[in-house]
Design a protein. Sequence first.
Lengths: 291, 326
Amino acid sequence: MSEKTVAIKSRNSGMMRDALVRLFRNKAAILGLIIIVVLILSAIFADIVSPFSYDEQDLRQRFLAPSAEHFFGTDEYGRDIFSRIIYGSRTSLLVGAISVTISSGIGTILGAISGYYGNRVDNIIMRLIDVMLAIPNILLAISIAATLGPGIVNVMIAVGISSVPGYARLVRASVMSLRDQEFIEAARSIGANDARIILRHILPNCMAPIIVQATMSIAIAILSAAALSFLGLGVQPPMAEWGSMLSNGRAYIRDYWWVVTFPGVAIMSTVFAFNLFGDGLRDALDPRLKQ
Amino acid sequence: MRDKLLEIKKLKVIYSTDGKVVEAVNHIDLEIHKGEALGLIGETGAGKTTTALSILNLIPNPPGKIVEGEICYNGQNLLKLSQKEMRAVRGNKISMIFQDPMTALNPVMTVGDQIAEVIRLHQKMPRNEAYIKAQEMLETVGIPGNRLKDFPHQFSGGMKQRVVIAISLACNPELLIADEPTTALDVTIQEQVLDLMEKLQKEFNTSLLMITHDLGVVAEVCETVAIMYAGEIVEYGTIEQVYNDTKHPYTRGLFDSIPKFHEDVKRLKPIKGQMPNPAHLPVGCNFADRCPDVMPKCRESEPVVIDVGQNHLVKCYKYVDGGDQA
């Protein structure tokens, strides 16, 4: 009896372990992961890490060049850019995470239903997706954000919805290739219903492409959110957000380069980190790609 | 005589693609009694798997469709059940072993999860109890219980088929359908798997429908046998009746094409020709074009099934009008 419980508790997930080993052998992916971890930590501990508050104005200290006191200089209201970037990582990461959750959630459900049932259901869902795909991603996000009104939550919804089609198509393709596998027929033959077959048997088998798509599109989501904020549809002042910092600083680009450079570098390195990590994850989760 | 467990009456299944209609199963009658092992033999495309899938009502639709007939299980027509009622039968009362164990298991679920899944689907039982039951099932099929948390890719082919057997027997079904369970395995493993199935079938008192194209497998495991050709059952009887007193020319052809150890033969005797295209079946007997004993009336009308003694059924004109009839 005790032996049995021991056997039940000892989890031996060989596939995940193999994938992790492959991931940690990939130096670029680890670099990406380190940057992401640093960003997450600084976002969580922004109050402690940043030397100033994000809305602490001092008009006597406008446009100070980067120095020991203000690492990245100050902006047009004398706010410390370094602190604002750290606070901005909160918004950007949150936007990235939540909008990807929205898009991958909706996209996976739509794609799974469409791929599993096929025929008319598939046709209806896929034609709707085609309509969405016909509109450029950022334009779609802008129109959704414009309809919903400015604000960070609406940005997340807008960016999330605009990237649903990618997931839906990806998941649909994976589901269609899995649907006719014998183990799905076997699952049906033991009396599993459709919901169970989709959730327990099909989706876990197409997790790898979904995870990869998610890490990759966090970067795209952060960029889109920055673009929306740049256009004034996103985060409202004085909240710090990298896109809006860029947008506000662009008037001063000739004389005070640091006002726009550092938020831009922040966006770039975050996107870069997520892309590196996503690439590494794809290689790690797909054993066929290993050399 | 034992009670009838499953009775297939006049079952007809068609597949329609691009306007073409393929009669995969053509009015077959079959019965399985409690505890009986029935072998269903036929070459590729004879409709064996289609028959098996119809019993579980799992014919992929479209393109497949059951157009006529009844499948009575304990007197209840399975084809009339709702999807929900049917799901309660699948895996619980009737379960199936698939041909290829390599693909019949979900690669991302542990074998323990997969055995426990069928148990929890049909028996209201807490998680850990289901896992203990799963472990017992694994040990019943001869795999150490501590491998419960292993994934399918960590098992060999023969062991995977054992896992599949464990899944199919976990709920103690009354009928087990084995669709070519040993085709994908090598000969020594075949023997082990067959022994295991035979042992478990006796132990659990399960009825067995063994689908295969291997006459040897049937001789080893089954009591009765049905020979299928182009969607029809051409001969049916006990192993002794069919193997020792072979009636239908097709069955005789099958036996002739097996190599014999005690005779020195240069060449095997195959059955000439090909199975007719199921989309264009001939008017008379389906086997007429390949039959060595063909008669003019074979091409004119379809022969009826006749009993040549003690429920030994043959669908052939040779035995009508006295002839060999005892």
